[in-house]
Design a protein around this ligand. Structure first.
Ligand SMILES: [Cu+2]
Length: 145
């Protein structure tokens, strides 16, 4: 019996080790901005875990600060509004994409051009961080990929 329980323990422990990162960030890109303008960034956050997580901060060497913006209908026009966090429910994914929620890199430290790569550090409500290398791409205003 001792061997069996040892085996069980091994299998369970092994399974937990291989579960992987419950937060997956993918398909990230930054639109090449017009001169002297902030740059918009897009990505998909996938939450494979059993608990809701929130993106609470974004940092990058490329800009003075990075904000989370949502689009809002106001007086018949779409405007951007900064939000403090972005919730990703358990088992769901949230896509930041053109025309919707996006990241905004404010006060760029140098011009961003097509082909450049920017590192973004995404901080989540559970205190963990994910680093993503994000390509800068030149695309039309409503082109999404
Ligand atoms: Cu914005």
């Amino acid at each position: 019996m001792k061997i069996v329980s040892a085996l069980l323990f091994f299998v369970v422990g092994c399974g937990q080790e291989h579960t992987g990162d419950p937060i997956v960030v993918r398909d990230a890109w930054i639109r090449e901005p017009p001169p002297r303008s902030p740059a918009a960034g897009y990505l998909v956050i996938e939450n494979r875990g059993g608990e809701s997580v929130a993106l609470v901060a974004v940092a990058t060497e490329a800009a003075e600060r990075a904000e989370i913006h949502v689009m809002e209908h106001k007086d018949d026009r779409m405007t951007m509004r900064r939000v403090a966090k972005l919730q990703v429910p358990a088992g769901a994914e949230v896509a930041l994409k053109p025309g919707g929620t996006h990241l905004m890199l404010m006060e760029l430290r140098q011009p961003l051009r097509d082909g450049d790569e920017v590192e973004l550090v995404l901080r989540f409500g559970d205190g963990t961080e994910r680093r993503v290398q994000v390509p800068v791409q030149k695309k039309g205003l409503y082109e999404s990929d």
